[in-house]
Design a binder for this molecule. Structure first.
Ligand SMILES: C[S@@+](CC[C@H](N)C(=O)[O-])C[C@H]1O[C@@H](n2cnc3c(N)ncnc32)[C@H](O)[C@@H]1O
Length: 308
């Protein structure tokens, strides 16, 4: 078994909300290296079922071995957006709770060969799911300047997106940009020392989000999860950046509304039914103690809603 190092984030906080029935049927969309999974199983009794999935084959294979003796778990190497399909395969009508811990694991970040990090030199790949066609190499070497700038701006919230896109396009006219190290060097050449770490993080995040279609899959997952979440069941999500958190927050808000008619309409005609009740009015951050022990927890936000 590979040596993993991923400390589960907001572990007690998330699972205290998730588990409402010890004998229930639960869905976990981001198995990773099984940190939350292990604790979920500890909290459930022998009649419970946990269906867990991850797109990353290394994470899936690791957990297959880790939970080899565990009869309550069903493991999938599927995208979590397919929650309704997985439920159908398992002949599960409704889950008692649904959980995702978004983003990438420490293992994926530290595993240089995946090309997620600017801290190590590796081919520009960035796919969590190796079945996806598009790699970071394709985006960086084939997309036009406007498109690259848009990705960096929208998914990295980086103000110098145009300048960085121009630098990339100019550089690739001479030689293809093959590695994370080459990309990093190009960015550093045009970034003042003060902003180097922030800019690198933003640009790498942007390409990673685009390559893995992260925000679109999150939206699909949220919609599909409501089809298979039991009334009274909880939807529990941990996000790590504002783009993800905004999607979750807006989805919760919309699904809680009982009317979406324009203000000018005197009587409600929209017939919208609320489908969720928000449980966490504000997102729950990790404690200072947790951040002290695990710096990667610092940007985490936990949001919970209950199906009506
Ligand atoms: C932050 S890690 C989860 C860590 C896990 N909770 C633990 O404690 O070990 C996020 C995981 O979600 C997976 N992932 C990201 N997007 C996914 C998607 N759309 N479908 C399924 N898994 C996904 C990643 O491959 C990664 O393993």
């Amino acid at each position: 078994m590979i040596k993993v190092h991923h400390t589960p984030v907001l572990l007690d906080e998330s699972l205290d909300y998730l588990i409402t029935d010890k004998a229930g049927v639960y869905f976990e969309g981001t198995l990773g290296f099984g940190g939350h999974t292990e604790e979920i199983l500890k909290r459930l009794n022998e009649n419970a079922v946990l269906v867990s999935t991850d797109v990353d084959k290394t994470a899936f294979d690791h957990c297959k071995k880790l939970f080899d003796d565990e009869s309550r778990i069903r493991l999938y190497n599927f995208n979590y957006s397919l929650i309704d399909v997985i439920a159908k395969i398992e002949s599960i009508e409704f889950f008692d709770g649904v959980f995702v811990d978004l983003g990438v694991s420490s293992f994926q970040i530290d595993n240089a060969s995946a090309g997620f990090t600017y801290s190590a030199d590796a081919p520009l790949d960035m796919r969590m799911d190796k079945n996806l066609k598009l790699t970071a190499y394709d985006v960086i070497n084939d997309f036009d300047e406007d498109n690259i700038a848009k990705i960096i701006y929208e998914y990295g919230e980086e103000r110098n997106s145009r300048k960085i896109a121009r630098q990339i396009v100019n550089a690739r006219r001479i030689n293809k940009i093959e590695t994370t190290g080459e990309l990093k060097k190009l960015i550093l050449e045009i970034t003042s020392e003060r902003y180097q770490v922030k800019t690198l993080s933003r640009v790498f995040q942007a390409f990673r989000i685009h390559v893995n279609n992260e925000l679109e899959f999150l939206k699909q997952f949220l919609n599909n999860s409501l089809k298979v979440l039991k009334s009274g069941g909880r939807l529990v999500l941990i996000s790590y950046h504002s783009l993800e958190d905004r999607i979750v927050k807006e989805f919760f808000k919309y699904e809680q509304l009982s009317c979406v008619c324009p203000k000018e309409v005197p009587v409600c005609i929209c017939e919208k039914e609320p489908r969720l009740k928000i449980i966490t009015k504000k997102p729950i951050p990790p404690s200072e103690a947790e951040v002290g022990l695990n710096r990667r927890a610092r940007s985490a936000k936990l949001r919970v809603a209950e199906k009506i």
